[in-house]
Design a protein around this ligand. Sequence first.
Ligand code: AMP
Length: 145
Amino acid sequence: MSDYTHILVGVDLTEESRPVTQRACALSKAFNADLSCIHVIEPLSLAYGGDIPMDLSTIQEQIQETAKIHLAEFAQTWSIAAENQHLVFGRPEIEIHNMASQIGADLIVVGSHGRHGLALLLGSTSTGVLHGAGCDVLAVRVGQT
Ligand code: AMP
């Protein structure tokens, strides 16, 4: 097995991003690998479709601006270079896969709540990332079960 060369960590910008990124950062140092991060903004139109009869573009722009600032602040604390910080729109699991192949990542790191029962049936981002990933995926256990 060869060493990892480029690690991609998915950050949802909640408190749980910290332990997940800490693990990704430690692995990148251990393997002397590049570290990139991605935050995916789910478009309001995807979540609400035509259910809300109003123009959501201004709110969407504000969400993007806020996310951009938070991602830059967060990434800076982990010394992740600006060119390795990625902010994209879409569904997290799909965009994380796309970004991993775009940057040639050989390990994706995400958080996992280790949910079970109904929540497991409904799925989670970590489950979605694991399915169909073109490289290794590490699910870092976070939060309470
Ligand atoms: P969740 O299934 O939503 O609890 O998320 C599990 C993990 O998936 C998080 O700890 C992140 O690593 C990743 N993730 C969830 N949402 C996003 C997002 N919007 N952008 C990037 N990564 C995400």
